[in-house]
Write a protein that binds this ligand. Structure first.
Ligand code: IMP
Length: 197
């Protein structure tokens, strides 16, 4: 099968690796491209991803995928949510653990929104969610971001204690990108003229 290569606007190599694990069986490979980051401030990941995908398309003038994700903690009313990357850079994993000290309800979810801009006025959106809990302490050294403190339901290990393949089976990113792969496979005849460059 001939690989279908599509640009993805991200500098996060973990995101690219996990997306490509999810897309492999669809014969799709995402190729990272350097695009100036346009991130509006909003409480809504979908809005952020759609805006960024349109801006990336306008810059590249060819189909491009953008992914925006976040960690939503129930006991913190959904914090850090769309601000996860800023919160990671500022208070980090230890900061979240501190906020969660003594908190009994440790439920949380990761959400990923994938926006695929095929034209300036044609953006398809796919969402993936994984439910889980915030661990009592950081464990594991794989992955990135809040992986060491997130335990998906049905597991005792954190994402950082799993290989990328295992994580992607459960993860928000795995789910969102598998939806993208299914949609592309279903619409391939219509999409081919747009995707061949
Ligand atoms: P953005 O999507 O680049 O705005 O950043 C999302 C932020 O959420 C990352 O910087 C991480 O802190 C966090 N995040 C999103 N997905 C994951 C994941 O799969 N593992 C761990 N942290 C994640």
């Amino acid at each position: 099968m001939e690989l279908l290569r599509i640009s993805v606007a991200t500098k996060n190599r973990h995101k690219v690796e996990e997306a490509n694990i999810a897309l492999k069986s669809f014969g799709i490979e995402l190729v990272p491209v350097d695009v100036p980051k346009v991130e509006i401030q909003s409480d809504d990941l979908r809005e952020i991803a759609i805006y960024a995908a349109r801006a990336a398309y306008q810059y590249l003038r060819r189909p491009v995928v953008v992914e925006d994700s976040g960690l939503f903690i129930d006991a913190l009313n959904g914090f850090p949510g769309p601000y996860s990357s800023y919160v990671y850079r500022t208070i980090g994993v230890e900061g979240i653990l501190k906020l969660m000290r003594g908190v009994e309800d440790r439920r949380a979810r990761f959400v990923a929104v994938v926006a695929f801009a095929l034209r300036e006025d044609w953006i398809e959106v796919f969402e993936g969610v994984v439910e889980g809990t915030i661990a009592e302490e950081a464990r594991g050294s794989h992955g990135f971001g809040f992986d060491p403190i997130f335990v998906p339901f049905g597991e005792t290990r954190t994402f950082a204690e799993m290989s990328s393949e295992e994580k992607t089976r459960y993860s928000h990113r795995g789910r969102a990108f598998r939806k993208l792969g299914e949609w592309i496979a279903k619409n391939i005849d219509k999409l081919k003229p747009l995707l061949q460059t």
